[in-house]
Design a protein around this ligand. Structure first.
Ligand SMILES: Cc1cc2nc3c(=O)[nH]c(=O)nc-3n(C[C@H](O)[C@H](O)[C@H](O)COP(=O)(O)OP(=O)(O)OC[C@H]3O[C@@H](n4cnc5c(N)ncnc54)[C@H](O)[C@@H]3O)c2cc1C
Ligand SMILES: *[C@@H]1O[C@H](CO)[C@@H](O)[C@H](O)[C@H]1NC(C)=O
Ligand SMILES: *[C@@H]1O[C@H](CO)[C@@H](O)[C@H](O)[C@H]1NC(C)=O
Ligand SMILES: *[C@@H]1O[C@H](CO)[C@@H](O)[C@H](O)[C@H]1NC(C)=O
Ligand SMILES: *[C@@H]1O[C@H](CO)[C@@H](O)[C@H](O)[C@H]1NC(C)=O
Ligand SMILES: *[C@@H]1O[C@H](CO)[C@@H](O)[C@H](O)[C@H]1NC(C)=O
Length: 540
């Protein structure tokens, strides 16, 4: 096992992480969502008396970005429930969170997990999956889950039915509580539960549910046609008809006595996105938009860096097909990568290490990467996107660098010095996308496309290059105008006429021979730009 071999070199958690400065996050406290990481997640989940909802996401994944406004608005609404429910998010695309996302076995993003209040201080488990992105379904699932939990703090509600042994004094649990509202819940109804939840903003009242009028007699309440009873500390009782809805009746009653609900969350302050687009980024964008367009080594380097340190080690356990996929992908990378000398040594070393096994785990893989990389001088020198720079937070970056790397690999595979049979690169990409790509939506689309476009029929290196080009253009078309489109880098049918006039004929039809020539020259190793990295001499 690799674990045994490299345990001495294993970096303890925290040492290897590189925390990016001014790291942007999809959510913040203004949305009633607190971002957590490897360190804060376990302690937060195990200490707080409330139940928790945690969204695990990859900030680069389009689906997570499209879900963000929905989740924000949902979370703001659920601010009402904060006495029982707290909301968190973890960005699995950050290197320091790889371990926690692996431990929680996050296989797709976004993933919503619910953690019961009863687990506070106990073994957490993996939480309960809420497999929906529909806010209505999420809220009703949460209502169900929350109402089955036990809450122990005095200010927290009791979802259980009123019991025969309960007395006036036992119904008043904390000093701020002025009333108990007893609400009638007929069989097969959730009206009591829903009233408890909707009245959570009034901490002056504890809502309790009863199903049997007999139970009220020892509290001095006679059976009547009333469905809601307000009791104060002295035992004085007032019946409400409840016909306009329990929440409205009780709300009105409280407002008439000048009791106010906790105010809603203030509107979030608009964040200034000009801060994101600093001078350095503007300079990079200006460079990237120049004709002729270039492919940047810095992006290919970033793609491989993030693959090795974040995307691949996220898997909990690998065996059989997914292990083979990992090995095939690394083999292709080790043979065709554009990295410096040490980078090549690193990838060859990983390929060799994997060749000795038929299974591994994400953590073991991470240890192997660290062990092979440690004795080498700096492999990854850029640490920033260039051709994949974005003008707004969360766009482009990693997914853009992956496409660039994939195209580069298909072009490089055809060079005579390389011995890979045609189709090897596409099938390695397919395996990566199927088992490892943290963008679930992208992965599903790509797998479907590979079948439909008969990736398996690719017979030559040229066909391989063109297959990926056409597939990428299909994705571009689908995403054109999408919320994840960067206005500075619109999704076009690539290449643009400005970049390659001869790629289309007068009728605007593709001239694939010309496209092929253009792609080979654009992605050709000798034409990669060093912008953002040491020059070709200094690179090795
Ligand atoms: C395999 C894969 C599947 C994806 N599927 C989805 C999905 O289903 N839904 C979703 O929301 N996002 C998906 N994405 C992400 C999405 O495609 C983009 O990567 C992301 O929106 C960033 O776009 P971008 O503008 O940086 O350009 P990208 O599309 O990332 O392209 C990067 C660069 O490649 C070059 N390029 C563009 N088109 C071509 C082409 N046809 N041939 C050769 N080079 C080209 C350009 O220089 C471009 O700047 C996927 C990403 C990958 C890697
Ligand atoms: C009522 O009885 C149950 C057990 O039957 C007990 O757990 C609970 O504490 C009692 N409540 C009061 C207020 O005595
Ligand atoms: C409920 O009972 C009261 C008298 O106790 C009566 O005035 C009222 O009309 C009744 N309401 C309904 C809806 O039956
Ligand atoms: C890999 O495959 C094995 C065996 O089928 C399975 O147990 C494991 O969960 C898979 N891992 C991933 C990350 O898909
Ligand atoms: C992996 O290799 C071991 C021996 O090294 C063998 O016993 C085992 O069956 C292999 N597992 C798979 C899934 O091939
Ligand atoms: C590099 O690009 C130029 C033109 O942009 C082209 O003529 C040349 O063939 C390319 N080199 C390679 C190795 O593809």
């Amino acid at each position: 096992m690799i674990r045994l071999l490299f345990c001495l070199l294993f970096l303890s958690p925290g040492l290897g992480y590189r925390i990016t400065q001014n790291e942007a996050s999809l959510y913040n406290k203004d949305d009633n969502v607190v971002m957590l990481d490897s360190e804060s997640l376990p302690s937060t989940l195990s200490l707080k008396p409330e139940s928790k909802l945690v969204q695990f996401l990859n900030s680069f994944c389009g689906d997570c970005q499209r879900f963000a406004p929905v989740f924000k608005s949902l979370s703001r609404d659920l601010y009402q429930w904060r006495r029982v429910l707290r909301i968190y998010a973890v960005d699995c695309a950050q290197e320091r969170n790889v371990e926690i996302c692996r431990q929680f076995n996050i296989r797709q993003t976004p993933t919503l997990r619910y953690f019961s209040s009863e687990l506070a201080g106990k073994e957490l488990g993996l939480g309960v999956d809420i497999p929906s992105q529909d806010p209505k379904v999420i809220v009703s699932t949460l209502a169900d889950l929350v109402s089955k939990d036990k809450f122990e703090s005095p200010g927290q509600p009791n979802f259980g039915f009123l019991q025969p042994n309960e007395t006036l004094s036992s119904l008043f649990k904390h000093d701020g509580q002025a009333f108990v509202a007893l609400v009638y819940q007929p069989k097969d109804s959730q009206i009591g539960r829903d009233s408890i939840l909707s009245l959570l903003p009034y901490d002056q009242v504890a809502v309790r549910v009863f199903g049997d009028y007999q139970l009220l007699s020892h509290l001095g309440i006679q059976p009547s046609n009333r469905t809601v009873f307000m009791i104060d500390r002295t035992g004085k009782t007032e019946g409400l008809s409840g016909t306009e809805g329990y929440q409205a009746s009780i709300g009105k009653f409280l407002e008439s006595l000048n009791y106010k609900p906790v105010p809603p969350l203030p509107e979030p302050t608009q964040t200034d996105s000009s801060e994101f687009l600093d001078q350095q980024k503007q300079a990079i964008i200006a460079q990237v938009l120049k004709q002729p367009r270039k492919i940047y080594r810095a992006d290919l380097e970033q793609a491989i860096d993030k693959l090795l340190h974040i995307e691949l080690p996220k898997a909990l356990f690998l065996q059989g097909d997914n292990f083979t996929a990992l090995h095939s992908f690394l083999r292709v990378l080790s043979q065709l990568n554009p990295l410096n000398k040490n980078g090549k040594v690193l990838l060859l070393g990983l390929d060799k290490a994997l060749a000795a096994f038929n299974e591994t785990s994400g953590s073991e893989f991470a240890e192997t990467v660290d062990a092979v990389e440690k004795p080498l001088a700096k492999v990854f020198k850029g640490k920033r996107y260039v051709g994949c720079v974005a003008s707004k937070p969360f766009l482009r970056g990693f997914t853009c660098s992956l496409w660039s790397l994939f195209h580069y690999l298909t072009v490089e595979a055809g060079q005579s010095a390389n011995q890979l049979p045609p189709g090897t690169v596409l099938s390695a990409i397919h395996g990566f996308v199927k088992y490892f790509f943290g963008c679930t939506d992208c992965s599903n689309h790509f797998q479907e496309m590979a079948k439909r476009r008969r990736m398996d029929l690719v017979k030559t290196h040229d066909e391989e290059i063109l297959w990926l080009w056409a597939g990428h253009n299909e994705v571009n078309e689908r995403l054109s105008g999408d919320a994840t489109e960067d206005p500075q880098f619109p999704k076009i049918q690539f290449p643009s006429p400005e970049s390659c006039a001869s790629c289309r004929n007068n009728a605007s039809e593709w001239q694939t021979g010309e496209v092929l020539r253009y792609l080979k020259s654009l992605y050709g190793k000798d034409n990669l730009s060093f912008y953002g990295l040491p020059t070709s001499q200094g690179y090795n």
